[in-house]
Design a protein. Structure first.
Length: 67
């Protein structure tokens, strides 16, 4: 099982961290999915931001059409 950091690397420029607390992934040319970390077994940095290398579970929060 991988981490959110590995997911970001796999999707390359199609994925990005948004507002330090969620990950947005482009799906095709028209859609985007927004994920947030879930569970209790991931670390936070001193700034309260998820340490993406420790996040193993993501929750789909939004699937929308890009404008």
């Amino acid at each position: 099982m991988g981490t959110a950091e590995e997911l970001l690397a796999m999707f390359g420029t199609s994925a990005r961290i948004v507002g330090d607390k969620s990950i947005e992934v482009g799906i095709g040319a028209r859609y985007r999915a927004t994920f947030v970390p879930t569970g209790i077994r991931f670390r936070l940095t001193v700034d309260g931001v998820p340490d993406w290398a420790t996040v193993r579970y993501l929750k789909l929060m939004d699937l929308s059409k890009q404008s």
